[in-house]
Write a protein that binds this ligand. Structure first.
Ligand code: DHK
Length: 144
């Protein structure tokens, strides 16, 4: 099975509780379970991880080199600040899909720019938690 790393960044552990009018009512466990199930239909072994810490996410991206075929990442607020995550993704050889649950372009100006978007093959924003599924399907096409 093709390994795909699904990374969620800061505060996404609070999905379902945190501002549900923006981020929806699904929990992170729901999202990961949905991605694991869809992934297995697509021939992917999806591993879901979440951290509130930038350096931990950098470590995971580095460890994915030569192990995972692709990465789906919602860096949360680190999208807008983290050159370190961008650099780690640039050292990863496979395709990267960036997901934002909310439409970051409809929100505060500081959310409009994402460092990760300069590296990602595709960016999904504003499709709610469904965006993760679309990202996996796109990875299937990219890895075919
Ligand atoms: C999630 C966050 O936690 C925010 O900091 C980003 C993103 C948007 C999302 O829409 O999934 O600005």
């Amino acid at each position: 099975m093709t390994k795909i790393l699904l990374i969620n960044g800061p505060n996404l552990n609070l999905l379902g509780q945190r501002q549900p009018e923006i981020y929806g009512s699904e929990t992170l466990d729901d999202v990961v379970a949905g991605c694991v199930a869809l992934g297995s239909d697509l021939g992917f072994d999806v591993e879901g991880r979440q951290s509130n810490h930038e350096g931990v996410i950098v470590d995971w991206i580095q460890e994915a080199r030569g192990v995972a075929a692709g990465i789906v990442i919602n860096p949360g607020a680190l999208s807008h600040t983290s050159v370190a995550i961008l650099d780690a993704l640039n050292a990863f050889e496979g395709p990267v899909m960036e997901v934002h649950i909310s439409n970051i372009h409809k929100r505060e100006r500081f959310r409009h720019h994402s460092y990760v978007s300069g590296r990602a093959e595709g960016v999904i924003a504003g499709l709610g938690t469904e965006g993760y599924g679309f990202a996996l399907r796109r990875l299937k096409t990219l890895l075919a």
